[in-house]
Design a protein around this ligand. Sequence first.
Ligand code: FEO
Length: 385
Amino acid sequence: MGFSHVTDSILYVGVNDHQVDLFEGQYVVPNGMSYNSYVILDEKIAVMDTVDIHFAQEWLDNVAAVLDGKKPDYLVIQHMEPDHSASIAEFLKVYPDAIVVGNAKTFPMMEQFFGADIAPNREIVANGGSLSLGSHTLTFVFAPMVHWPEVMVSYDCLDKVLFSADGFGKFGALDVEEDWACEARRYYIGIVGKYGGPVQALLKKAAALDIQIICPLHGPVLTENLGYYINLYDIWSSYRVESEGVMIAYASVYGNTKKAATALAEKLQAKGCPKVVLTDLARCDMAEAVEDAFRYGKLVLASITYNGDIFPFMRTFIDHLTERSYQNRTVGMIENGSWAPMAAKVMKTRLEPCKNLTWLDTVTVRSALTAANDAQLDAMADALL
Ligand code: FEO
């Protein structure tokens, strides 16, 4: 892929991955993934992070092309997750004199991954500490749990660039054109969604900086209209509603629960609901479903009763929600059971850890929809508008 200029002296040297089957072991990425890395050329030269191990050589070639025979002075490690750190050892084989820059939490992890002998030349930076490269000075701002405890971001006051680690990243390689928000939201909710508080803390620190360019570790470099991206991050990390609408997530076996969910969707559309998302939890991309639950303000869960519990796909879905601190939403339930309907009770119990949920009246279906159910769904639709 080579390299490209972010500014006169900051160059992109990352790679695109179209081979990964599941990113971070669980996310489908139909348009691949980018692992970003940057080189800052100054009196001293810094390389910002590494890439996934499968692309170490391509990345090293990119770095070498930028260096044009020079040697890097520093390798800055903002995040130790292997999609960014896995090529540290490869880098140090080529540039053994480079000083690895991290914080007090970075190096123990580095030693866990690579052994105690990794990075004999190291510089441990403090929160708010800085590294002068000549014209550029990097200031390090710790961002614990965005998305691991050792994460830090780096601000270059010369070019007003924030190297934002996983923050403002997205799924999708950089050689594919696609909407930013769709895959950034799925990425954020899936991977960082649990850590809204730490992201809010980072946004507050970032607000004090004059940022013109954001250089994340995934996805495109952001250079324009930064308020748009920052506003979305503020909404997502404070668990506020992004879009008006209703998500109906169902788990059906013979189609009767699906019929109830579909009937509700049709009623909502007929009544003018601005957006209705109907999702079959057995057949969807679960990460997309979880993203939609956080995006919209209202959620209806429709599940059969199964072994005295709920259908496994619904259980998984709810686990994803509670794991990511789902909150501040209106929730309705449709349960189905032919002899002992239990689904609503189970779903509500499973959602107990979620703060600030407003519950609608439950609709109970016994095997198949009745006229009474239809009227109850109509009332639920009214309550959702
Ligand atoms: Fe892109 Fe948390 O690693």
